[in-house]
Write a protein that binds this ligand. Sequence first.
Ligand code: 3PG
Length: 406
Amino acid sequence: MSRGLSRRHMEVPTLDDLAVDGATVGVRVDVNSPLADGRLADDARLRAHVDTLQELADRGGRVAVLAHQGRPGGDQFEPLASHADRLAELLDAPVDYVDATFSSAAREAVGTLDRGAVLVLENTRFYSEEYMEFEPAVAAETHLVEGLAPELDAYVSDAFAAAHRSQPSIVGFPHRLSAHAGRVMERELDVLGSVEDTPRPRVYVLGGAKVPDSLDVAESVLQRDLADAVLPCGVVGNVFLIADGVDLGDATAEFIYEEGYWDEIDRARGLLDAYDERLHLPRDVAVERDSERTELSLVLPFEEGEAAIDVGAGTVDHFASVLAEAGTVVLNGPAGVVEREGFAVGTRGIYEAAAAANYSIVGGGDTAAALRDLGIEGFDHVSTGGGACLRMLTGESLPGVEVLRP
Ligand code: 3PG
């Protein structure tokens, strides 16, 4: 894929500005990933950080890695031991692991690191203050930051995917130490920070189930005149269809209600009123009927219990025709329930059309995972961030980026 971007200056210090040799560097990464039996089921996020960690080790740094995994109480809330094992394979070098973040055991492990050595500290969220959000100055006084910062000479943030969280390991250290963007952070800011300079027409495909976040993006890019076309699909598309007066059956409506998105229908209606000509809604949907995928035009009635779980061929054709004209495509979220057999069809068709565009940017999280599962390649940038990427697309600042600015 080709492109002609005028890239905006980064405005944050990077690894190019850091005297690494001999320095003990705390590196916040985001390796939060699906686990199976306590082990990484998807190492894409971990792999993304290899360049930064390898570079720091090669340049003689003593590297202490900080990261979270899951949320307290959730089934993905696990130690980082298996992440450290996988990182050792990827770096092809030993990686130590200590099951502590700021205790004397952690401080000793960090304080005795050799030049070029890499150590993974424990899941930062095992410590409760880390799952709260603070102003940077207050975050700098938490136990984690106060305990660990004296062992560090510098802080590197590569955790773009968590930069929308104002948590101690993200915003606290820059208050005490010289702070730099790692290579993942640098590239994300470079690409996502210059979306408004990308070639037009600029088309946003907003699918998936994060309805409020996607409506934030739609509203922002339509209002700021950054989008020439917005193509809602997935649950987001269903919300727009209902806002447009389409009856998608009780089961579709119930799902939206139960997810707490009912009020978003009014918001979608407001967007349709204001930006009708730039919003292209799905033209058909797919339901499961007699255990088979069945496509319905928008006037055909749903049967009891049927929900719209994919878009149909008419939508794929229409979206593909809009995407064929695009100078830039920004894509986030699947068009249907891709894990159900027969219901990845719409997502595949739309993603393939998007991948063929002149220049394409893809949101991380579920979208990146769907791309990998479907084996679709050819995008110019696949973000590591889910929520962080969406927030950046709305033009809002991210606390974990703001703290890096000198
Ligand atoms: C993500 O997966 O989006 C990031 O790791 C942030 O995780 P969180 O939503 O649990 O803060």
